[in-house]
Design a protein around this ligand. Structure first.
Ligand SMILES: Cc1cc2nc3c(=O)[nH]c(=O)nc-3n(C[C@H](O)[C@H](O)[C@H](O)COP(=O)(O)O)c2cc1C
Length: 334
């Protein structure tokens, strides 16, 4: 399948693996790229720019296909040295960067000077237009369903994607709630040039996380995510667990007076405990409503091959089949 996104990034299938804290290591990024998608290493999971440089080198050893690096600009307890991270990306020969969180505007000159294509993750049409205006090459339009930070507009993809298609000139992929061929075909119909998946890729054999995480994703239903940190306008969609229960209790008690310090124990330092140790009650970790659609733990290649084969079948049989024989024939002639 050829779309503006496969052409822009030099990939076979229009499927991107979004940056994920403590999940987006070289093993997963390389597996996705080797399967014909675009794998992405999560920059800030590497505690220093030197460690990111090593992770990029490790990924180059695992694949000769294009892969990218995610740079997230979120409110953090202490700001990371972004220019040094960008230097590691540039020196590592990376040509695709996924930015997320705050606007990447201040870093665009450095990224563009290095010949890097930038895909910015946005949760609204206005932020997508801003990304287009500051020179981003593409956007990843992240609906309210998504795992991670859905923003504060609560706009689901059924509305957000066609709205993005109405306004944007640069290509975009659909992100949030994407799991299978149905997601891909629906996203393409709404104007997207591909899809970005987070949660779905965690439940794969190659995802370098504890088995408990994969099992929890398969066991969960679409009703099992919660939104946290709404009061401080840093909303995050997470999988419910004992730590999240405590966090929500504190949020209810503090109300509008909630400060990030109040929930430090439930949100800081949680990822290694969950992803490496498999402690599923440690606190808040991002997870999308799409868990309701995840029922197995395939290899990345099995997953991507299945999505592409099913998408072709969906388009050729189901969608074409819905057209009357007469219309179908005239389409084939055209
Ligand atoms: C465990 C986890 C960690 C994530 N960490 C990041 C991150 O560090 N930076 C980022 O830009 N997005 C992050 N995301 C968001 C994903 O890149 C992607 O946009 C999102 O998962 C899409 O929604 P989905 O989970 O419904 O597929 C994370 C998502 C998950 C599930």
């Amino acid at each position: 399948m050829k779309t503006a996104i496969t052409e822009m990034f030099g990939i076979e299938h229009p499927i991107i693996q979004g940056g994920m804290h403590y999940v987006g290591f070289a093993e997963l990024a390389a597996a996705v790229s080797n399967a014909g998608g675009l794998g992405i290493i999560t920059g800030l999971t590497q505690r220093t720019p030197e460690l990111l440089a090593k992770e990029i080198a490790r990924c180059h050893d695992l694949t000769d296909k294009p892969f990218g690096v995610n740079l997230t600009f979120l409110p953090a307890f202490s700001a990371p040295p972004y220019p040094e991270y960008i230097a590691a990306i540039r020196e590592g020969g990376i040509k695709i960067v996924e930015t997320a969180g705050r606007s990447p505007e201040q870093y665009m000159p450095a990224l563009k000077a290095a010949g890097i294509k930038v895909i910015h993750k946005c949760t609204s049409v206005r932020h997508s237009l801003k990304a287009e205006q500051i020179g981003c090459d593409a956007v990843s339009v992240d609906g309210f369903e998504c795992g991670g930070h859905p923003g504060e507009d609560d706009m689901p993809n059924m509305i957000l994607l066609p709205r993005a298609a109405e306004e944007l000139k640069i290509p975009f992929v659909a992100s949030g709630g994407m799991a299978d061929a149905r997601s891909l075909v629906a996203a393409l119909s709404m104007g997207a040039a591909g899809m970005n998946m987070g949660t779905r890729f965690i439940a794969t054999r190659e995802a370098p996380v504890h088995d408990n995480v994969k099992k929890a994703i398969v066991a969960a239903s679409e009703l099992d995510t919660r939104l946290v940190m709404r009061a401080i306008r840093n909303t995050e969609r997470v999988l419910k667990n004992a730590g999240v229960h405590r966090l929500l209790q504190i949020e209810r008690e503090k109300g509008a007076k909630l400060k990030i310090e109040d929930i430090h124990d439930e949100v800081a330092g949680v990822y290694p405990k969950v992803m490496i140790d498999g402690d599923m009650d440690a606190g808040a970790w991002s997870c999308g409503m799409v868990v309701g659609l995840i029922h197995d733990i395939p290899t990345v290649k099995e997953l991507i091959d299945r999505i592409m084969a099913d998408a072709e079948h969906l388009i050729r049989s189901r969608l074409m089949g819905l057209l009357g024989a007469e219309n179908k024939a005239s389409l084939e002639v055209a």
